[in-house]
Structures are given as structure tokens and as C-alpha cells.
Design a protein around this ligand. Structure first.
Ligand code: HEC
Length: 253
């Protein structure tokens, strides 16, 4: 009973503060009316291309190792080497993994001291990342220029170089999960470190006051009034909420 009351109170406080925030930002938006426009559905679709580890967002398509090899030679090899082995523009994409790694799901070579020895395929824990990264960022000089089937093909080629799929493999949105189960470092991700324990426990704790907070009356920054009007009104140029606000700097406030 007590707990649900507390929760109800918290909800009310939360919705009030959200309302406040919305109305403040609506006022702010009004001030800048006529600037910008709503993104179109096509624009959002062009940005919304992330592929998640569970393959949510993966577009349908397919590409063979052989097709991938052609694309690789034409569009990737100049920077990454014929066999994705070149260290010239980036650490090699492929190499450094063994059959034992594929069985185990952890790459033994990652414990080696030399940074140069760590290739992409050694570190990769989710094959979705490889697909997603190539689709959004490669080739370096023409990102997003590959068609979906071309991304499948060139990904298949890299996977073949890493001995994860045979030379006659055709990668598609269904069998990509098979590859995930063979990825040499698939169990290499850990959550036992860093800021966020993904089981829901934060290892940071905030001490900011959330209600009835004392007002800080110490002046932290004062601008001489002679600068007023020189660069417009800082209060209009900053968000009207949050901890960073602009002070009034109109010429005659
Ligand atoms: C003009 C040079 C160039 C070309 C061509 C190029 N890449 Fe890259 N590639 C890079 C660079 C540089 C990086 C690192 C970029 C960064 O970290 O911001 C990179 C990174 C990558 C990575 C990520 C590696 C990692 O461990 O983070 C992959 C995968 C990749 N490239 C695949 C490809 C594929 C596939 C093609 C062809 C379709 C291609 N690249 C063409 C220069 C190139």
C-alpha cells in the first residue's frame, strides 16, 4: 500500500516535470519557428539502418562469397589488402584466429601483448556488427554506396577468408545466425566491467537533489555589462532547461 502510494506520487511528480519540460521546449520551439522542418519518412528510413545482435533491423537479401570477392577486389582491397590482411590503413580485418577459437567462442590470441596482432575478426563478438558497419561506413571513400545484396556478398567473402563459411556459401538474412554460432570471439564480450552492468545495476550513483533543493546563490560567472548586445542574447541561444542556461545579454535588458 505504502509502496504504491509512493510510486503514484513519483509518477505524478514525473508527469508534472515532463509537462513543464514539454511546455518550456514548446515555447522555445516557437521562438525559432520557421527554422528547420520535420524529417521525411524517407530521410528517417535512410538513417534507421542499424542491425542489432539479434538481427532485428537486418534487411532481407543475399550474396555469395564469389560475388563478394569481385566487390572486394574492386572496392576494398586497395586499402585492406587482397586477403583483408593489410595493416597499411587499418589493422588487418582477418587473421589471428584458429579452429580451437571457433570451437571455444573465445580468441586465445587476444591475450597476446602486441596490439598489432589484434584483427577485426579476432575481436568481433556479433556478426551483425560486421554487416552493419560495412553497410553504413564502407567503402571508406563512398559510404552507403553498396546495395544490400552487395553488403551480404562482401560480408560473406570476409567470413570465408576467416574460415567461417565455405567458398560456395551464399549468406542471407536467415543463415547469418549460423555464422554467429561459429564466430571465434562470440563469447568474448563481458559485462563485468565499465559503467553499466547490463543486468540492471549501475556502478555510478547520482547525488543530485531532486526536490526542495536549495538554491545556489553563489555567482559563478559574471559578464561585464559592456559586452551586452555584442553577440545577441545568450539566454535565447541556450536551452531554457537543464543545468546550462544562457544569461540575459541583450543591450538593454
Ligand atoms: C579508402 C580506404 C578504404 C577502403 C576502399 C575501404 N576501407 Fe574499410 N576501412 C578503412 C579505414 C580507414 C577504416 C577504419 C575507419 C575508422 O575506424 O573510422 C576501415 C574499417 C573497416 C572495417 C571495420 C574494422 C574494425 O575493426 O573496426 C571493416 C569491416 C571494413 N573497413 C570493411 C571494408 C569493406 C568491406 C570495404 C569495401 C566495400 C572497405 N572496407 C573499403 C579504409 C578503407
Amino acid at each position: 500500500m505504502y509502496k504504491s502510494l509512493e510510486r503514484a506520487r513519483a509518477m505524478v511528480a514525473w508527469s508534472l516535470s515532463t509537462l513543464l519540460l514539454l511546455s518550456v521546449s514548446a515555447a522555445h520551439a516557437e521562438k525559432f519557428a520557421g527554422i528547420g522542418r520535420k524529417a521525411t519518412t524517407n530521410e528517417i528510413a535512410a538513417w534507421d539502418i542499424d542491425v542489432r545482435p539479434d538481427f532485428q533491423g537486418l534487411p532481407r537479401g543475399s550474396g555469395s562469397v564469389a560475388q563478394g570477392e569481385k566487390i572486394w577486389v574492386a572496392k576494398c582491397a586497395s586499402c585492406h589488402g587482397e586477403f583483408a590482411e593489410s595493416p597499411s590503413v587499418f589493422p588487418p580485418l582477418v587473421g589471428g584466429t584458429t579452429k580451437a577459437d571457433i570451437e571455444r567462442g573465445r580468441v586465445a590470441g587476444l591475450s597476446a601483448a602486441s596490439e598489432n596482432s589484434k584483427t577485426t575478426i579476432m575481436k568481433l563478438a556479433t556478426v551483425s556488427t560486421l554487416f552493419d558497419y560495412i553497410r553504413r561506413a564502407m567503402p571508406f571513400d563512398a559510404p552507403k554506396s553498396l546495395k544490400v545484396d552487395e553488403v551480404y556478398a562482401v560480408t560473406a567473402f570476409i567470413l570465408n577468408l576467416a574460415d567461417l563459411v565455405p567458398a560456395d556459401y551464399v549468406l542471407n538474412e536467415k543463415n547469418i545466425a549460423e555464422v554467429q554460432r561459429r564466430l571465434p570471439n562470440r563469447d568474448g564480450n563481458t559485462i563485468a566491467h565499465g559503467m553499466l552492468d547490463l543486468r540492471g545495476k549501475l556502478d555510478v550513483s547520482g547525488k543530485d537533489c531532486m526536490r526542495d533543493c536549495p538554491v545556489d546563490t553563489n555567482a559563478m560567472l559574471l559578464l561585464p555589462s559592456t559586452v551586452n548586445g555584442l553577440n545577441g542574447n545568450l539566454a535565447d541561444q541556450n536551452r531554457p532547461y537543464g543545468s546550462i542556461r544562457g544569461i540575459e545579454t541583450r543591450r538593454n535588458p
